[in-house]
Design a protein around this ligand. Sequence first.
Ligand SMILES: [Zn+2]
Length: 112
Amino acid sequence: MSFCRGCGTTLHETAPTCPHCGAPQNLPSADTPGTLWLPVPALVVGILALLAAIGLADSELIDQEEYIGTLLFAGIAIALGAVGTYQQEKGRGMSIAGLVLGSIALVIGLAI
Ligand SMILES: [Zn+2]
């Protein structure tokens, strides 16, 4: 259920025009569909995972929990980035960045 942009009467969501006043309903809105709750965390977690992986690669003594945490972060970044990339236009650049950063972190982590 949605409301007419013209007269405010209730409409079926897929109605192209209002049967009451004829106003078109599918005008492109300023916002592209989707939210930023996938891309932003994907990017942030991806950066953190990469920094952690680089830190691990640099350190001589590897803490096992830190190592697992880094791989986990990388996995989360990849998952969020992949879902964000395939499911929505909004923030796709950030989703792809999260996906790529997570993948790099994973590769670095696995190579240690
Ligand atoms: Zn109307």
